[in-house]
Design a binder for this molecule. Structure first.
Ligand SMILES: NC(=O)c1ccc[n+]([C@@H]2O[C@H](COP(=O)([O-])OP(=O)(O)OC[C@H]3O[C@@H](n4cnc5c(N)ncnc54)[C@H](O)[C@@H]3O)[C@@H](O)[C@H]2O)c1
Length: 327
């Protein structure tokens, strides 16, 4: 029997989830947003038979879906995830898993006691270049690495939803939001650091947002790496990662290409993007894999424990203020 799928939050990324589910031939059967009009628009485009709710608790209780996709602002992820898992509803939650240490513990405890699966949308791990890179680097020693996210976000972006740019709802700025994926990839490829030092600031929107627009991070561990992220740039440039290997190779990674010592070794021709072009096609790959894992009762690779790693690193970076913090 087909799974009954629900989505909570039908803003920018909720639309992507709804479109992907429709493309996969399993449209959402229930949609929930505080703003019923947003849900109605999604129903018309991607889920013609969906029931509409404005109260997520009522939807989980009365509709009782098999799976819920959580696409709401950061501060709501923990409560919604724990409530759904405790009702044995599978959860696919948007990043970040959560924004507080105590919520990591709550979510992992709920994951432990339920029969349901938890997956988190770290979809860039599914991009072709990153899958290639994971294999390419697996048997090589990395001497040092660096990642950077240099983007531009203006006042208008932060004004587009009330939770953006607020500590209470977003939990931080560029590192926990726009740059989380690349920071997560660095950790996935180089390993979890033992210590982190970071400094951050708000270079372009003081008085407009409460969170950092720029951060520099140094990670110390089996492999050392640095990370720089800003949404206060003069222009948006492609995300970049670089690796210096013990065999002498210099690996440079851009969103669609990997080069080794200047020679292209892998390219990804993204033929269909969902949502903004920078999202690429990672969402459909990840969501498809999540449902494959449910169908085959296999562990999903980015579960709560896996998604918690980058959240711990981010919280340490915020705590650091230039000091080395042990994770
Ligand atoms: N994986 C990615 O690449 C990616 C990209 C964009 C956003 N995101 C994540 O997706 C989440 C949402 O981001 P967005 O850009 O879509 O935000 P958004 O503001 O566009 O959408 C959030 C939606 O949630 C709804 N909402 C808020 N509180 C609610 C509640 N209590 N019950 C029901 N609905 C509620 C809002 O009305 C809104 O429609 C964030 O966690 C963000 O980090 C992930």
């Amino acid at each position: 029997m087909a799974l009954r799928i629900a989505i909570i939050g039908l803003g920018v990324i909720g639309n992507v989830h709804a479109e992907v589910l429709s493309t996969l031939g399993t449209p959402a059967a229930a949609l929930c947003d505080l703003d019923a009009e947003k849900a109605e628009l999604v129903r018309q485009k991607f889920a013609p038979d969906a029931k509409i709710y404005t109260d997520w608790r009522e939807m989980l209780r009365d509709f009782s879906p098999d799976v819920v996709h959580i696409c709401t602002p950061h501060d709501l992820h923990a409560e919604m995830t724990v409530t759904a898992l405790d009702a044995d509803i599978h959860v696919l939650c948007e990043k970040p898993l959560c924004i507080r240490h105590e919520d990591i513990a709550r979510i992992l405890a709920a994951e432990e006691r339920t029969q349901a699966k938890l997956g988190v949308c770290h979809q860039n791990r599914y991009n072709a270049v990153n899958v290639f890179l994971k294999h390419y680097l697996a048997d090589k020693k990395i001497l040092g690495a660096h990642g950077s996210v240099v983007w531009k976000r203006t006042k208008d972006y932060y004004a587009s939803a009330p939770w953006r740019g607020t500590m209470a709802h977003e939990g931080g700025g560029v590192l926990i939001n726009q740059a989380l994926h690349t920071f997560d990839l660095m950790m996935w490829l180089c390993g979890e650091p033992r210590e982190i030092a970071a400094i951050n600031g708000n270079l372009t929107l003081p008085g407009e947002i409460e969170v950092e627009d720029t951060i520099a991070v140094r990670c110390f561990g089996m492999t050392d790496y640095s990370f720089f992220a800003t949404v206060g740039a003069a222009h948006t440039f492609p995300v970049e990662m670089q690796f210096k290997l013990a065999n002498g190779e210099h690996v440079l990674v851009l969103p669609k290409t990997v080069t080794v010592d200047g020679q292209v070794v892998e390219t990804d021709e993204i033929t269909r993007s969902f949502g903004k072009s920078c999202y690429g096609d990672g969402h459909i790959r990840l969501i498809d894999d999540f449902y494959r894992c449910l169908a085959q009762n296999e562990p999903f690779p980015v579960n709560g424990a896996e998604a918690a790693k980058v959240v711990r690193m981010i919280l340490a970076a915020y705590q650091s203020k230039g000091e080395r913090i042990t994770l």
